[in-house]
Design a protein around this ligand. Sequence first.
Ligand SMILES: Cc1ncc(COP(=O)(O)O)c(C=O)c1O
Length: 374
Amino acid sequence: MKMEVFAMERAMSTWENLVDYDISESGVKPVCLRDLVEMGFDLEKMMDEPLGYSQANGTIQLREILAQQYPGAGIDNIEVTNGTSEANYVLAITLLGQGDEFALAIPNYMQLEGVAKAVGAKVNKFSLQHDKNWQIDWGEFESAVNPNTRLVYITRPSNPTGSILSEASVERILKRCEEMDAYLISDEVYIGSEIDVARTKTCWGMSDKVIVTSGLSKAYGIPGIRIGWLVGPEKLVAECWSQHDYITIGPNILSDALARVAVTAENREKLYARTCQAIKSNLPVYRQWIKEFDGLLEFNEPAAGAFCFIKYHSDVPSQKISEKIIAEQSTLIAPGSHFGMEGFLRLWLGGEPDFIKRGLGRVSRVLKTIMRKE
Ligand SMILES: Cc1ncc(COP(=O)(O)O)c(C=O)c1O
């Protein structure tokens, strides 16, 4: 299977450890092993655990704890994966084939565009409208989701907009999915990172056509142990497991054990609170920074997620801007083009405020020259 380069992930992997300021991230500063020990992880006991294979679809204990977050789900509705990205991946290769159609909201995390193309599926896009509070363009949606569509993908809360599609919108999406016999993946990896709004309710249970993916990388702040999961109808989950057998077999034993501590209701709330605190401490920094631009930048304050999607007023392509900022200021940001939308930049809200301020200072030096040229 020939894959096109996943532009966003490749840019980040190429530059994140080389630049002085990486403000392209989407999570918060990760927790340490010590934090998880303080939350109850028994490191001493783990020292004597044989480092064998773990249960390939996730230990029963981990799936039992996870199932509690998804009303009506049992352990056979859940498969534990290596990150949310593997959950998305196995679903796409299970559900899509040559000639099928795949629809996704734009802007978005673009992983599944690449996977869908690689398996020979046609990719249809529908817009989240910036000037309408990121609500769906329903005309585009109706054409994108048609009788050939097998899979639809949304991120809720959304990467990169930080907005949250309303339940009424999800109901409308699902009604169409039911009519067209398509599944909806609701990627919920940012649930728990809501800033001043109510916790987003999972889409799980809203229809037989719903599949949820999620993981520890964002709202939990633990990307490095690479734990994600998918929640879906039992038969589909079993088919995904078959794919998983061929790829990585299963998550590693240390990660599964750490995840069992992180996902308990009590620890989950602590981790979510830590994430929200980090995001909130950067909002004033951004508000102040945007003011410097006198209307040339628009701060779309996110409802969730450790990033904001900033509209800029210039015709210079976002990729060009980000390349210039790397070259001249050793600072990494994410161009809107990596999310399928021009005229925007995604910047990080999850680091230490002083670090973010210094990084933004570097971004300003380039943006001010670009904006002046207009
Ligand atoms: C919406 C979304 N899903 C999945 C991922 C990948 O997550 P993971 O690190 O858990 O594989 C990302 C990463 O940015 C993301 O934004």
